[in-house]
Design a protein around this ligand. Sequence first.
Ligand SMILES: [Zn+2]
Length: 98
Amino acid sequence: MTKKEALKDLEEHVITSISSKERQHININVAKRVVSELCKTQEVLATSKSTTCKWKENEYDVYDTQCQKSFQITDDGDIKEHKFKYCVYCGGEIKVVR
Ligand SMILES: [Zn+2]
């Protein structure tokens, strides 16, 4: 089953599970959009878990993370000395790049 077919199945399931009485109060297109947005969110969550996050140390001793954040270690150590393994922002495995 392709992703598109799965989505259509899910949409149908959601729509048929809505009783005709409820249908008077909701817009089916809105319901379809909600399902589609939920699927996208699920997808993002599923992919973000397995990815790595590249951390690059800049000239100010601040790490710029791949997920567009910054992290500064305020003592002398670096990421490896602190045994950081996962990005505190996105949860990806930290990969220090130079
Ligand atoms: Zn990150």
